[in-house]
Design a protein around this ligand. Structure first.
Ligand SMILES: O=P(O)(O)OC[C@@H](O)[C@@H](O)c1c[nH]c2ccccc12
Length: 271
């Protein structure tokens, strides 16, 4: 199946392929394999999906709290930006998991931010990046990631299958992100993912509508966990989702703009 790749995403992914070539010449695959097996001893996967399920089983929302300095649509979101402090604040505020942007060129992220954030708390962490190559999956585990994001809009079915399988072999969970029906079908056909992210942000236009989640949720098998992504800003947004039986959330901007991100999390999600 051929899926149209949105424009900004095209730009990001084109740059990503260049970046991967640079990285491969700097750190050979073999070195990363060693680093990944060391990580499996010293930074064993913390169970990302399990942490979400655990919160939800206790009647709470499962919140993946994002650590993101900037975004292409909103520019700089937080300054100063201290990943370890933010991680501790999120843990205190009741987050289930963390999401750390590692893309440099478009989100001002860095692998070090993931390492610092994870070391500062007990929470499982997803590497948030544009993953299109096995090298990045290995790299994710090498820096301690517990989960990776795979964006269906920039991957073929075969590539999705390969990257999903590799992440699982390394002990990580996978969050597959979709934002329309063909992408949803691709995710369900080619991956074994338990976690299906529905992005409320249209990657063509940056336009946001929580209706994306409602429109797509009906085609998700009941054994999967839907994560509603982007554009959650108020207690009303949260209540609306929970009324429709959506209990897992990925939230960035609303927390990043708050003085105390963890306090903001508690304010939005405490019942
Ligand atoms: O900041 P928001 O609107 O709360 O959104 C968080 C998250 O969903 C968003 O950062 C995101 C969703 N999918 C992505 C893919 C790549 C980079 C970023 C993202």
């Amino acid at each position: 199946m051929q899926i149209e790749t949105p424009t900004i995403l095209k730009k990001i992914v084109a740059r990503k392929y260049e970046e991967i070539i640079e990285r491969k010449s700097h750190t050979p695959y073999g070195n990363l394999e060693v680093a990944a097996s060391v990580a499996n001893v010293h930074n064993a996967p913390r169970g990302f999906a399990q942490a979400l399920r655990h919160k939800i089983a206790n009647g709470q929302a499962g919140v993946i709290a994002e650590i993101k300095q900037a975004s292409p649509s909103k520019g700089v979101l937080r300054n100063p930006f201290l990943p370890a402090d933010i991680a501790r604040s999120y843990e205190k505020g009741g987050a289930a998991c963390l999401s750390v942007l590692t893309d440099k060129d478009f989100f001002q992220g860095h692998e070090d931010f993931l390492v610092e954030a994870r070391a500062a708390c007990q929470l499982p962490v997803i590497r948030k990046d544009f993953i299109v190559d096995e090298y990045q999956v290995l790299e994710a585990r090498a820096i301690g990631a517990d989960c990776i994001l795979l964006i269906a809009a920039c991957l073929s079915g075969e590539k999705l299958r390969a990257l999903d399988g590799m992440a699982r072999d390394l002990g990580m969970d996978v969050l597959v992100e979709v934002h329309n029906r063909p992408e949803m079908e691709l995710a369900l056909e080619f991956t074994e993912t338990e976690l299906l992210g529905i992005n409320n942000r249209d990657l063509h236009t940056f336009e946001l509508s929580l209706d994306h989640t409602f429109e797509l949720m009906g085609s998700v098998p009941s054994d999967r966990l839907i994560v509603t992504e982007s554009g959650i800003h108020t207690r009303d947004d949260v209540a609306l989702m929970r009324e429709k039986d959506i209990h897992a959330f990925l939230v960035g901007e609303a927390f990043m703009r708050a003085d105390d991100p963890g306090e903001k999390l508690a304010e939005l999600f405490q019942s």
